[in-house]
Design a protein around this ligand. Sequence first.
Ligand code: G3H
Length: 541
Amino acid sequence: MPAPTLTAVFHDADTAPAEYRIDPPSEQCEYLCDGELRHWPGPRQDVISPLGRALADGTVEPRRIGSYPLLSEAEAMDTLQAACRAYDHGRGAWPTMSVEQRIGHVQAFVVLMQAQRSEVVRRLMWEIGKTLPDAEKEFDRTVEYIADTVEALKELDRAASRLVIEEGVVAQIRRAPMGVVLCMGPYNYPLNETFTTLIPALIMGNTVILKPPKLGVLLHQPLLQAFRDAFPPGVVNTVYGEGGEVIGPLMRSGRIDVLAFIGSSRVADLLRRQHPRPHRLRCVLGLEAKNAAIVLPDADIALAVQECVLGALSFNGQRCTALKILFVHESIADAFVDKLAAAVAALPAGLPWEPGVRITPLPEPGKPEQLAQMLADALERGAQVVNEGGGAVHHSFMAPAVVDHVGPGMRLYTEEQFGPIVPVVRFDDIAQPLQYVVESDYGQQISLFGEDPDTIAALIDPLVNQVCRVNLNSQCQRGPDRFPFTGRKDSAEGTLSVHDALRVFSIRTLVAAKTSAGNQRLMRTILRQRKSRFLATDFIL
Ligand code: G3H
């Protein structure tokens, strides 16, 4: 029988406040194709929530909260046809529409989307166990991202609304769409990270096929009508089902122009390889990471602990940006580990809507067992769990574990745990963490904790060429979303941010002419009579 503190985690899933209940289950039978919500009469995938039902004997029963379509290759290819038709080799209404008009469609979508906030938030809690404040933040951050994207695009368009003359050649240089984009987001930010590629892809004039992550499908359902009503037919389409059945054929068709994928490098490589002409495929990838913190002898321990707890355990450590290994200087390691263990032990665990809750059940089937194996491997090789009950598992829940004395040869040292385990490595010589970063397969971010400007500066310079963001006395994170977000090595391909994403989903294209009198006349007439949408100097106000 699990300890009472563990059984208490699931205690009131049945007595959730009415606005957060998911009863009856949400049965999704439709998918969006060519501007229609098409009914799917075929097999569906059951969605099992990580928030199981507590039984009287202390065990937890899996809870089914709905289902979604398991489409076949034929429906996937229909969505591809629809997206290709809407793009029509760049001649479709959407890719040739003025920027101002496309912005109008996106803004109409946001209005409809906002009406679904509470439903999306509720489903985020039930499908992936995200806490209520984090689920609300994910939704609001996404809306803000869209608003910022609109502003950034206006700025981009304004800058392009003029001609340039170089070496006797006059030109107008703009950004044009790429074609059909396949957008696949991750389960940990199923709304936000999907939309941070989907929205820039759309607004730049591409057409899109969206495949939600395996966990986090139903939360997109309330937005299907909004997509249908806000965009012309075929501009946004959705597919659901097994990757091999629905994604493989799309990639093998050779008609996907951009793959926007956030997930594992294994799947990214598999998808890319399926494309018959990989040089025609642009990839925008967010992949694995094993971000380290280095806590130096002069670090403010209280601050470092606070940031490391946030960095390592927000959303149970299920963030690509999470701190996944802490290197702590031996001289302060005892004090740091004591404080860290106490801070982690004090994190309230429970169900997502409970006030103040910080640790929740994990959505990936089999994840607690997988984490328990990594933990056992470290313990066998000399590491120790230092917080009472750390690492205990009950159904889909794992109590967060602070694991001291982690070192080379342990899985926790090199593998991305993506869960509530905080490995601590004690070091004497700064060469050890630096070598770790150099040898790591990943290169996303790092956090440095310390106060001496000389020491920190001497670390910044080598580290900026290993990772893509060095955080000083702060946890690793993606935001603010106007900052570039990317990684080196196996961690990413392409850079995302409000500003960069507009560039990633478009290509610079120009109309150019030698400045002969005839060409000047020609261009002037086109401009004055507003005959082209591309060769135009209209200025968005
Ligand atoms: O999972 C990766 C997310 O992009 C992390 O975003 O650092 O803002 O939580 P965040």
